[in-house]
Ligand binder design. Structure first.
Ligand code: FAD
Length: 450
């Protein structure tokens, strides 16, 4: 395996799906991970994934031991934890919490059965270049401990939040660093509850407030009497550790009283729009390494798997044309960023609104139902909050006490639509990127709601 068509660094959900699709396309594919094989899939996560990602990609639904429980709805709480929005009957929200290890092992298995080779315990240290083109990677051989190399026509960085290759590429197309404000530091526990859940298929989400400053807390069912509960906070230093916030939350939230700890760990996830370009010469980025996560709650399993399918197909075309330059790989950008990626970008505006609106206004908005479950679903699809004139007037009456809040919501809705339009016309070639970036940055800069 000194020379392959595609080498993929990282066998998480994004890397494994990419490897599977590349191999299905007939490409000689090598998937590498620093973990031992049996640890693939083990990852600190909320474990929740919506069914829509499987419906849209053709990846088989989780089944048997991959499933912890089925999710069919959510209660979304404002900071004062009163007047929650009960989201029910929206099929985009239906899904599962998964057993991460079993699910990850299945994705790896599917990649292998499609013909991808897998090398475990191989720590990749850096990309190898010929001129500006990435042509392979260097890694520590698991048997000898020596540094070895593997050459490939395309290198894929699927190394997750670490972005181990992305942060070593000097190219105007590549964002090396992700700002601290765009990273959620998380802590989550798997807990056995003292009493069974009244609604064992309903997720709970808690926005902002004392327990999740600039972020959110969650309780996702893992069974009738087991949950995955955690906190993610953004905003860099001065916010306190996510673990300390979570422990406070656990002490005060009655459902969690007297629960038994099964596992408790921290993690980090990017919470911003995807990186500007998902490709550079000889290299592509997928999953968390490309910031493919929902900026509001950091959900990234589905977003990365969707991208993996597209990337496999683009890789096949580019390799057949013998052009894995940024230009040759560009259709990965246009297909993903103008498609699912535009949703993620539009949700960044919504996240900025949630972060900027103070707790008092948010409590008021929930109490008076200034936004409803359907709006959250529309926002989640990247549609902004589309209301007819009659509906607008109705909401205006309800929110009359806080005209400022209504204006902020309207501004966010309009910016979400603008960003959606811009992403729909993602530049068709690298030369158009700088002008497009400028237009997107102007909208992001405008997204201040204080
Ligand atoms: C606390 C928390 C809760 C979350 N909750 C949810 C949720 O409920 N739903 C959801 O959809 N998403 C959730 N996410 C996000 C989700 O976990 C990620 O978006 C997703 O797992 C990213 O997949 P990935 O394949 O890009 O990266 P990863 O799963 O991180 O995989 C990267 C792989 O690369 C390997 N690797 C890294 N460096 C190297 C190297 N140098 N050499 C070789 N291999 C390397 C790693 O070992 C790893 O196996 C959560 C994240 C956190 C932190």
């Amino acid at each position: 395996m000194r020379k392959v068509d595609v080498v993929i660094v990282g066998a998480g959900s994004a890397g494994s799906v990419t490897a599977r699709r590349c191999a299905e396309m007939g490409l000689r594919t090598l998937l590498m991970d620093r973990k031992r094989e049996e640890s693939i899939g083990l990852k600190v996560c909320g474990d929740e994934i919506s069914k829509s990602h499987f419906d849209d990609t053709g990846i088989d639904y989780p089944k048997d031991d991959e499933i912890s429980t089925k999710i069919a709805g959510a209660d979304v709480f404002p900071p004062n934890m009163k007047n929650e929005l009960r989201v029910r009957g929206w099929k985009e929200f239906d899904g599962w919490t998964v057993q991460r290890q079993a699910f990850g092992q299945r994705l790896l298995d599917e990649a292998r059965r499609s013909g991808a080779k897998f090398l475990s315990e191989a720590h990749v240290s850096e990309p190898i270049f010929r001129g500006d083109q990435v042509v392979g990677v260097a890694y520590k051989d698991p048997n000898s401990g020596e540094t070895k190399t593997v050459n490939a026509q395309l290198v894929v960085d699927a190394s997750g939040f670490a972005g181990v290759l992305r942060n070593k590429i000097d190219s105007p197309l590549v964002e090396k660093e992700i700002s601290k404000e765009d990273i959620a530091l998380c802590y989550r526990e798997i807990l056995r509850l003292k009493i069974p859940l009244a609604e064992p298929n309903v997720a709970r989400v808690f926005l902002q407030g004392e327990y999740a400053p600039n972020g959110y807390a969650w309780i996702f069912p893992k069974g009738d009497q087991e949950v995955n509960a955690g906190v993610g906070v953004t905003g860099g230093k001065g916010r306190g550790s996510p673990k300390s916030h979570f422990l406070k939350f656990k002490e005060r939230y009655a459902l969690l009283f007297g629960s038994t700890l099964i596992d408790g760990k921290g993690g980090a996830v990017p919470v911003r729009r995807p990186i500007w370009s998902l490709v550079s010469d000889g290299i592509a980025f997928v999953g968390d390494s490309a910031c493919m996560t929902n900026p509001i709650h950091g959900g990234g399993l589905g977003a990365g798997m969707r991208a993996g399918i597209i990337l496999g197909e683009v890789a096949n075309g580019a390799i057949a044309r013998r052009d894995t330059s940024a230009k040759g790989l560009w259709s990965y950008n246009t297909r993903y960023l103008a498609g699912f990626g535009r949703r993620l970008a539009s949700l960044e505006i919504f996240k900025r609104l949630l972060v900027d609106v103070d707790d008092d206004d948010m409590n008021y908005g929930f109490e008076r139902r200034v936004l409803e479950a359907g709006d959250l679903m529309a926002a989640n699809r990247g549609d902004g909050f589309s209301m007819g004139a009659f509906e607008k007037a109705r909401r205006l009456r309800r929110g009359a006490g806080r005209i400022g809040l209504l204006r902020k919501i309207q501004k966010a809705s309009s910016l979400m639509k603008s960003i959606d339009r811009l992403y729909s016309s993602y530049p068709l070639r690298p030369s158009g990127l700088e002008t497009w970036k400028k237009s997107v940055s102007e909208i992001i800069e405008e997204a201040v709601f204080k």
